[in-house]
Each structure stands twice: as C-alpha cells, then as structure tokens.
Design a protein around this ligand. Structure first.
Ligand code: PMP
Length: 356
C-alpha cells in the first residue's frame, strides 16, 4: 500500500469550505447580481480581451487597476491592494495579522470564511456573538478588542447573512480602543445608504482596512477580483504574504473596464434595492415568516415551518436559496438573494404554495 505522510496538523478535523454549488433555474443562493454586466461594459471588455497577449505574466501589483481604484476612492495607489476575489485577501490578512499567538475577534453569525482562515493559520478565534436580533453587542466588542491580545477584528457591514449595517460611531470607537487591525468587510456596501461606509475614517486610522469586491454590485463573481483599502503600512505587510500572480491579466483588464464604466452599474444596483423592498413586503405577507431588515442584496428569513424542508421544496420548484438553519444562531433561517423581478416572482409564488 502506498504511504502518505500526514498533512499539517492544523488541518486535522477541518471540513472544506462548501459553498453548496448546485445547478438551478433560479439561483438566489450566492448573493450575486443575477444579471450580466451592462452591454456597453461587455463590449468594452471584449475589445480589451481581443487585443491582449496571453504569453507574458501580468503586472503582479495590478498597478493600472490600483491607480484607477485609488482615484475612485480618493486614496493613494499604495493604499490599495487587489486579490483573486475578496476571499484571497481575507486569507492574506489571516496570514499577516493571524498565526500562533494572535487572535481573531469574530462577531457571529457572520461570513464563515474568517473563522475558517483563522483555523488554517493557527489563529485563536474569540467570538463575541450578536444579540438575538442580530445587533452587535458594541460594548462587549470594544471591551474585548481593547485587551491587547487581538490581532484583527472583523466587522462585516452589511453583514452576511444578517444584512445589517454596523454604526460608524461604533467602528470609530473600536478603532480608537485597539491597535488591532479592524477589518470592515464592505462586500455589499454598494446596496446600502452611501453614508454607511467606513471609508471617511481611512484618513484618520492606520489600523482600518476596508474590503471591497467586484463580485456583487459589479457583477463579476465569475471573474474573481477584490481589493482592500488601507494605510500604506498595512498594504506593505500584505505584499509580503500575497501570491505574486494571483490577479491574472484578464481579470485585471476586465476590472479596469468596470471601474471606468462604473456609472453603468447604478441602474442595476437601484433595481436590486427596489426589488429588495418589494420582496420584504411580499415575504412579510406570508404566514409564519420573519424577515430581518437588510441593506444588502439578500434577505435573511426565519420560518416557523422547518426551514430545511422549505429549502427542499423550493429547490424542487427550481429555486435555490441558502440554508442557514443548521447554524445555532440562525436556526430556522434561509438566506435569499434578491434577483430580477421575474426570479423574485417565482420565489414568492413557490413560497405561497409551500407555506399554504
Ligand atoms: N465578504 C463577504 C461578507 C462575502 O459574503 C463574500 C462573498 N461570499 C466575500 C467577502 C468574498 O467575495 P469574493 O471572494 O467573491 O470577492
């Protein structure tokens, strides 16, 4: 029998991250925008790709894109770092501000990748759970972060899967209370009121990091591009741990066109925001359903009926959503992305039958 040496002991008992990738007619499970990039942007992208040579390595730091992102957000280019999706940058942060002797302060229920990365890098996870209504226990987070043993705090705003925005006054209190890195994950911020973003605080706090992605409002989930805004000192540290060529030339070219044509995405964002409001009222009209307020492109919904059964019945009807009912803090809950009007109609029609 062939021999195989045991892998890194940190992998013992680890379950691979499973995004529950399944085919469906109506895919409302992954918080994507469910329609493609606008036609003018697609045309610009196709023109760029037609002219590209594929034989050379890409610019490792994606400087042209970095410059364009910096101008967009009013920061310096050395305050921007791009990654292969936000996910890669989250792993880079875990490598740079985690590891043995460091702790991650996590505020569950939230995006599970933060804790998974901590585990893979031997970082201790300190949970300060949200309250029953999913609001952050602000005093408890600030107090725990200020004790000096935390490497990084993650605040997701709007939070996945609960949809709520973290108050800016709380984020500023946190930044003042700790020298830990404070990561504000704004993957869904384009769907929230403009004043909710922590971006204005970047000029004041070297320990603030903001994560953005092109996967949600900018409809590039299939392309893999995310970026961080931070102080140049933080970006310099991340440059030490990043994979040199993870941001490929094609993705760089596509994202650059999206930044240049970003105004073309406003209409799609407005449609999602309007559909979110409609979905909230239609879902609330269903029996045994609680909808949590959301500033993102998805809704967390609690069912009196068994949520896994509701999930299955939806899937039988061609509608795929995300089942969160196994999580202790989200028992009875499904997370539903906001789709196009006809997709949302199908979801509501299916739920009306299932819950009747
Ligand atoms: N942060 C949050 C809160 C997310 O929900 C996601 C996507 N599920 C990401 C970051 C990463 O997205 P991506 O890797 O597609 O940029």
């Amino acid at each position: 029998m062939a021999k195989l040496r045991a892998s890194n002991s940190l992998l013992r008992g680890v379950e691979p991250y499973d995004p529950k990738y399944l085919p469906a007619q109506v895919g409302l499970n992954a918080n994507e925008t469910t329609f493609d990039v606008p036609a003018d942007v697609r045309q610009a992208i196709e023109g760029e790709i037609a002219r590209m040579a594929f034989n050379r390595y890409p610019d490792p730091m994606a400087n042209e894109l970095r410059q364009a992102i910096a101008e967009w957000h009013g920061v310096e280019p050395d305050q921007v770092i791009c990654g292969n999706g936000g996910d890669e940058l989250l792993f880079d942060l875990a490598l740079a501000w985690g590891g043995e002797g460091n702790a991650l302060l996590n505020v569950p229920p939230t995006f599970s990748v933060y804790a998974a990365n901590a585990r893979l890098t031997g970082t201790q996870v300190i949970d300060v759970p949200r309250r029953a209504d999913f609001s952050i226990d602000q005093d408890a987070v600030v107090e725990r972060a200020s004790r000096g043993d935390v490497g990084m705090v993650v605040i997701t705003s709007p939070n996945n899967p609960t949809g709520d925005v973290a108050p800016l006054a709380f984020i500023e209190r946190l930044l003042q209370a700790t020298d830990a890195l404070v990561l504000v994950d704004e993957a869904y911020m384009e769907f929230a009121p403009r004043e909710a973003s922590a971006e204005p605080l970047l000029a004041k706090y070297d320990n603030l990091v903001i994560l953005h992605t092109f996967s949600k409002a900018y409809r590039l989930a299939g392309v893999r591009m995310g970026y961080l805004l931070a102080s140049s000192a933080v970006v310099a540290e991340l440059t030490k741990v990043r994979q040199p060529y993870s941001v490929d030339a094609v993705s760089q070219a596509i994202a650059l066109q999206v930044v240049r044509h970003r105004a073309s995405f406003d209409e799609g964002i407005a449609l999602v925001v309007a559909e979110r409001a409609r979905l909230v009222s239609e879902l609330q009209a269903l029996p045994g359903v609680t909808v949590y307020p959301s500033a993102a492109n998805f809704l967390l919904v609690r069912f009196e009926q068994d949520a896994s059964t509701v999930w299955e019945r939806l899937y039988e009807r061609g509608v795929l959503v995300r089942d969160f009912s196994a999580g202790p803090l989200t028992a009875g809950c499904l997370r539903i992305s906001v789709g196009m009007p006809q997709e949302n109609d199908r979801l509501i029609a299916a739920l009306q039958t299932i819950l009747a």
